[in-house]
Every structure is written in structure tokens, then in C-alpha cells.
Design a protein around this ligand. Structure first.
Ligand code: SAM
Length: 231
């Protein structure tokens, strides 16, 4: 059976590129976005009652990872990118139908707009459905996943003096917890697995409308070098 689906909304996210997005929701509570609902769901009726809920499930399309040819095995970055696993054993983005799912915090509900945090979704992600998180059914105390039993250990993030001032200035301008966002995302260590970066190598990523640049003074520590406005 073939059945077509259409987005109910488009996410406006702090994440402007795939690099440095946490691998799961909740890892960066300061990661925020606004889900703009599309007609006919942009009316108050579609979200009536949702203000009673603290978290929602988003079902969405990995729109920047869609592929025609199905993969049976994938190499999840979480396992270092060198171990291949059945696609259904992982949360990899390359998967049949390209569907992702994330539990995110629902901070505020307005007709046509949901304000979200703790997200792991790219800007422009088409959202296919929204469902309330149901704690008694969705949280399983004795659940086991031997491949991902705990969140990845964070690495220390140091600030260059200038970079922290810049982050605070842009945080005020944007009205966003920018310094926290940078710390929480970089502490996940976004560099590709097993890459041992020379001290002089500079990495960068865009959050909101600012470019963040950092380097590794040694392999297990990040130092933020600058946070500059790049509209
Ligand atoms: N929590 C979701 C899940 O389990 O289905 C996503 C997990 S997936 C491992 C997380 C990664 O998806 C992020 O690190 C980001 O790079 C990537 N991603 C997020 N939104 C995307 C999109 N719209 N298209 C392609 N990749 C995306």
C-alpha cells in the first residue's frame, strides 16, 4: 500500500546545518525552535488542550538525508562510524521513508505556533505529526539498549575571553540562551569520530545567525575562539 503524507508544519530551528546538532533530543536544553503550523492546522482548534502537556513527540522528515536506495546496514556515528548495524537497530538519519522522531519540551502554545526546546532538528525540517508525550506509557524504567546505555560523556568547553563577551552580546540581541546552546552542543564533541585535530585546525558552525569557531587545544577539550554575526 502506498500512502502519501504531507507536513503539518515547518520547524524554525537554532540549527542551520547538520554539523554539531546533538544526536538526540534533550542533550541541549538550550536548543530552541518554533514549529510553524501549516493550514489548516494553523488555527487554535488544532492545538486546543496542548497547553496541558510539557513534552511532545515530533514525527518528522529527515529532509536533508533522503535517499532513493534503501540501506539495510548503517554505520552510526555513536558507535564511532566504523561498526555497521542493521538500520532498524539504529536511529540513523538514512532510513526507509526518512522518518525521524524526537521528544521535545513544549514551552509555549499559540494558535499556529509551538515554542519548543531540547530539539535535535535542522532548520526547515518538515514535521509530519505531533503527539503529546504520555509519561506512564512512553517512559519505561527497565528498558535496555546496550548500544546506547547512557548519554555520550561531555568534553570540557573553555571560552576565549572575547568569545564569551561576543556570545553574551548576541544572546541579548537574539533573546536566546546562546552561550548555553554553544556549550551544550560543543560538549557533545561534534568532530567526526577518530579525527585527531591539530591544534591549528579551526572548526565552525552556524547557530541562529552567528558563526561559532573553535579549536581543540588538546584532543579532549574545546576552546571557543569567536562568535560572530553572519546573517
Ligand atoms: N531523535 C531523532 C530520531 O531518533 O529519529 C533524530 C536522531 S538523528 C541520529 C539526529 C541527527 O539528525 C542530528 O544530529 C542531525 O545532524 C540530523 N538531522 C536533524 N534534522 C535533520 C533533517 N531535517 N535532515 C537530515 N538530518 C537531520
Amino acid at each position: 500500500m502506498n500512502h502519501s503524507v504531507a507536513p503539518v508544519g515547518i520547524l524554525r530551528s537554532c540549527f542551520k546545518e547538520k554539523f554539531a546538532i546533538p544526536r538526540q533530543p534533550q542533550l541541549a536544553p538550550a536548543a530552541r525552535g518554533v514549529l510553524e503550523l501549516l493550514p489548516p492546522f494553523d488555527q487554535g482548534d488544532a492545538v486546543a488542550g496542548l497547553e496541558q502537556v510539557s513534552h511532545v513527540w515530533l514525527l518528522f522528515l529527515f529532509h536533508q538525508a533522503l535517499e532513493d536506495k534503501p540501506r539495510l546496514k548503517v554505520r552510526p556515528p555513536r558507535l564511532g562510524g566504523n561498526k555497521s548495524m542493521g538500520v532498524f537497530a539504529t536511529r540513523a538519519t538514512h532510513r526507509p521513508n526518512g522518518i525521524g522522531q524526537s521528544v521535545v519540551r513544549l514551552d509555549k502554545v499559540e494558535p499556529g505556533r509551538l515554542f519548543l526546546s531540547g530539539i535535535d532538528l535542522l532548520d526547515g525540517t518538515p514535521v509530519l505529526d505531533i503527539k503529546p508525550y504520555v509519561p506512564y506509557a512512553d517512559s519505561i524504567g527497565d528498558a535496555v539498549n546496550e548500544m546506547a546505555s547512557a548519554p555520550p560523556a561531555p568534553i570540557p568547553v573553555q571560552w576565549g575571553e572575547q568569545a564569551l563577551l561576543q556570545a553574551r552580546e548576541h544572546a541579548l540581541r537574539l533573546g536566546e540562551p546562546l552561550a548555553e546552546l554553544i556549550e551544550q552542543c560543543l560538549a557533545q564533541d561534534p568532530r567526526p569520530a577518530y579525527q585527531i585535530p591539530p591544534v591549528e585546525r579551526i572548526y565552525g558552525v552556524k547557530f541562529w545567525d552567528v558563526q561559532v569557531r573553535w579549536h581543540y587545544p588538546h584532543p579532549d577539550m574545546i576552546r571557543v575562539l569567536e562568535v560572530v554575526h553572519e546573517p
